[in-house]
Every structure is written in structure tokens, then in C-alpha cells.
Design a binder for this molecule. Structure first.
Ligand code: BTN
Length: 325
């Protein structure tokens, strides 16, 4: 989108009503004819803009397109989203963000895309990334923490995703250890964090987040290991992707500021309450074999799942499939 068209969108949002052609041309320092051309380009991109003689232009609705301008219009934070990179179509936003971070990109830089041709999931799996429906994003952070503490940021992103789902749709998400976000027991979001570290500290962490927003049932791959869903399927109405993206970045910004100030404690508490195993018994499986059963006892500093046994001991689980009973 042309930068001037982006400025017109910002003016519409700031003013909220009619904008006269004259005031836009003054603000943009261009002719009335140029204003008309930018308005036409916006209409072609799907914006519905009414023009009323002697009153000016009025933005009636915006299409569900992802763009830097659309996301920026709803951003409230100071760090996360301080720079937005939108390649549109890419192989993987995590790969893009990793490369940018290696080149020195500042903390809070976010890469987000409309579609990914090689979206990466955990354990070497693929993350289905069709265009026009979901959010795929990667956030660069540079906290001064030790490598073993990095999983804390994955828990932080799970809490942010859950908060943003709640705020945008009123639905009630839960988190499944280690880091899936669920709606009605079905996966709605996945997190893949990658980092560059030395023995005595980390250079940067990439928070990779994929949220199924407006995906329809036929768009899900047929070979999924666990049931999956989207906000549209659960809530029955489409979600504005740019608005959801901004809500998510705002929540990440808030949680990250608190994390830097107060450490992992507040994130851990909220994660535990939002966990689908909270107050429940669970069984951990290693493939098909049951390794352990007991009561959910929270998560450890390094992300290990804590399971309380009947004999009063606590087990630390580092990997496995958890089933709540
Ligand atoms: C999982 O397997 O649950 C993790 C999925 C993570 C997907 C997101 S989409 C944005 C970012 N870029 C990627 O290539 N992967 C993550």
C-alpha cells in the first residue's frame, strides 16, 4: 500500500467521521486529484469509503487484509511491535525473524505474514499456513536471561495468545502443557520458540506464534495428530485479523514488561490457572506407554511439568503427551 494511502487510513481512524478532501490534501501535502487517486486505490483494495459533496470522505468498512498500517492502527505497546515487518507471503516468519535478529534487528521487531510456504511446527512438523485466514507471526526479544530460562517466554506467549482470544471473541481458551492453546479441547494456536545463545546468556529469542482465526473445516490438513479448530469455527463469526494481531502484540508487550520487572512468577501463576490440567489428575504418556499419573502441581522455572504422586513426591516431566482425567 502506498504510504500516503496508509496516512489517509490513520486520519480516518483518528477523526472517526468525515474528512474533507481539502483537509486530507493539506495533511498529505498533495493535490485534491492525488487524494482522489489514493481514495480510489483504497477502494480497489476493498475499503468502503463514501464520498458526500461538501462533507468529504467517510470510511465505512475495512477489508480483512493484513498490513502494517492496519495493525499499527490498534497498537498500544512500546516494545513489542515497535517495528513491524510484513512480507505478505514468506517461507517461515520464524526464519525471517531469526535472520533479522542476526543482522541486529531491535527488540520488539515483529515479522507477520498472510501465508507461509514452509511454516514450521514443533518436533520438525509442518504448520499449515493457508492465505487470507490466520495469523502467523514471530517476535524478536533480547532479555538478559540464562538459556535455561528461555522456555519461560514460551509460557508468556501462551498466556498472551489466550488473553487476546478472550478479548477478541469472548471465548474461553485453555493452555495444554507444554504450549498448545485450546478451544473446547481442540488446538487453536501453536508456539515455536527458537533462540540464539551463549553458555552465559542469550543473544535473542524468537517467539513464533500461529493462531487459527478464520480457517474453515475443509482447510485443515486431514493427517492432523490432534483435533484442531479456529476462532471462526468455535465462535461462529469471523475475526478481524489485524485487530487480533494488534491485541496479541499489546498483550505480549504488557506481559513482557512485567516479566522484566518481576520475573517469571506472574506469568507462571496465570499460566497455571489457564492450564487445562489445573486442579485435575493427569496421565503422562511417552508415545503409547504410560509413564506416570498423578495430580497437576504446576510448572517449574525451566518449563518442566510438575506431577504430584500419591506417595507425596513430585515428578518433573520434560517431554511426553499429557491427558487430563
Ligand atoms: C506447533 O507445532 O504447535 C508450533 C507451531 C508454530 C507455528 C508458528 S506460525 C508463525 C511461526 N513461523 C513458523 O514457521 N512457525 C511459527
Amino acid at each position: 500500500m502506498h504510504q500516503k494511502a496508509g496516512t489517509i487510513l490513520r486520519l480516518f481512524r483518528e477523526q472517526g467521521g468525515f474528512l474533507s478532501g481539502e483537509s486530507i490534501s493539506r495533511e498529505l501535502n498533495v493535490s485534491r486529484t492525488a487524494v482522489w487517486k489514493h481514495i480510489s486505490a483504497l477502494r480497489e483494495a476493498g475499503y468502503v469509503i463514501e464520498a458526500v459533496p461538501s462533507r468529504g470522505y467517510h470510511l465505512l468498512s475495512a477489508p480483512d487484509i493484513l498490513s502494517v498500517e492496519e495493525v499499527q492502527a490498534h497498537l498500544r505497546g512500546t516494545v513489542v511491535g515497535s517495528r513491524l515487518v510484513y512480507p505478505g507471503e514468506t517461507v517461515s516468519t520464524n526464519t525471517d525473524a531469526f535472520r533479522l535478529a542476526e543482522q541486529g534487528a531491535s527488540e520488539g521487531t515483529v515479522v507477520f505474514a498472510d501465508t507461509q510456504s514452509g511454516g514450521k511446527g514443533r518436533l520438525g512438523r509442518r504448520w499449515s499456513s493457508p492465505p487470507g485466514v490466520n495469523l502467523y507471526c514471530s517476535v524478536i526479544l533480547r532479555p538478559k536471561i540464562m538459556p535455561y530460562e528461555a522456555p519461560q517466554l514460551t509460557f508468556l506467549s501462551a498466556v498472551a495468545v489466550a488473553r487476546a482470544i478472550e478479548r477478541s471473541s469472548g471465548l474461553n481458551p485453555q493452555i495444554k502443557w507444554p504450549n498448545d492453546v485450546l478451544l473446547e479441547g481442540k488446538k487453536v494456536a501453536g508456539l515455536l520458540n527458537e533462540m540464539s545463545a551463549e553458555t552465559d546468556g542469550i543473544n535473542f529469542v524468537i517467539l513464533g506464534i500461529g493462531v487459527n482465526l478464520n480457517m474453515t473445516a475443509v482447510q485443515f490438513p486431514t493427517d492432523l495428530r490432534h483435533p484442531a479448530t479456529s476462532l471462526l469455527l468455535e465462535g461462529g463469526r469471523p475475526v478481524d485479523r489485524a485487530r487480533y494481531a494488534a491485541l496479541l502484540f499489546n498483550e505480549l508487550d504488557r506481559l513482557y514488561a512485567e516479566f522484566l520487572l518481576r520475573g517469571f512468577g506472574p506469568v507462571r501463576e496465570e499460566w497455571q490457572v489457564r492450564c487445562n490440567a489445573h486442579g485435575r489428575n493427569l496421565i503422562v504418556n511417552d508415545g503409547d506407554r504410560e509413564i506416570i499419573s498423578g495430580r497437576f502441581a504446576g510448572i517449574d522455572e525451566d518449563g518442566a511439568l510438575l506431577v504430584g504422586r500419591e506417595d507425596g513426591t513430585t515428578e518433573r516431566i520434560l517431554s511426553g503427551d499429557v491427558r487430563v482425567i
